[in-house]
Design a protein. Structure first.
Length: 82
């Protein structure tokens, strides 16, 4: 069994590591959700042009729907049910 360099019990160290992983995962998860929300709400489009904003939103939504349809088609074609 490897020697420990500090006086903490192993379960305390494990708990500390798990809490750190949980915090880091939550931060990255929130960042990904926020980025996706900004992307689909077209916050990077020109705010002075409402047509560009709505066109960007519609285009990105249609792109997402096409991507989902392609995944479904791929799964169906691989499984041999189509």
């Amino acid at each position: 069994m490897p020697e420990q360099n500090d006086n903490r019990p192993p379960d305390t160290e494990s708990r500390r590591i798990l809490e750190r992983i949980e915090r880091e995962t939550a931060v990255h998860g929130n960042a990904i959700v926020g980025r996706a929300k900004r992307h689909f709400s077209a916050q990077d489009a020109d705010a002075a042009d409402p047509i560009e904003i709505w066109g960007t939103r519609i285009g990105r939504l249609l792109g997402l729907l096409v991507l989902i349809a392609m995944f479904i088609w791929l799964i169906v074609s691989i499984s041999g049910k189509g």
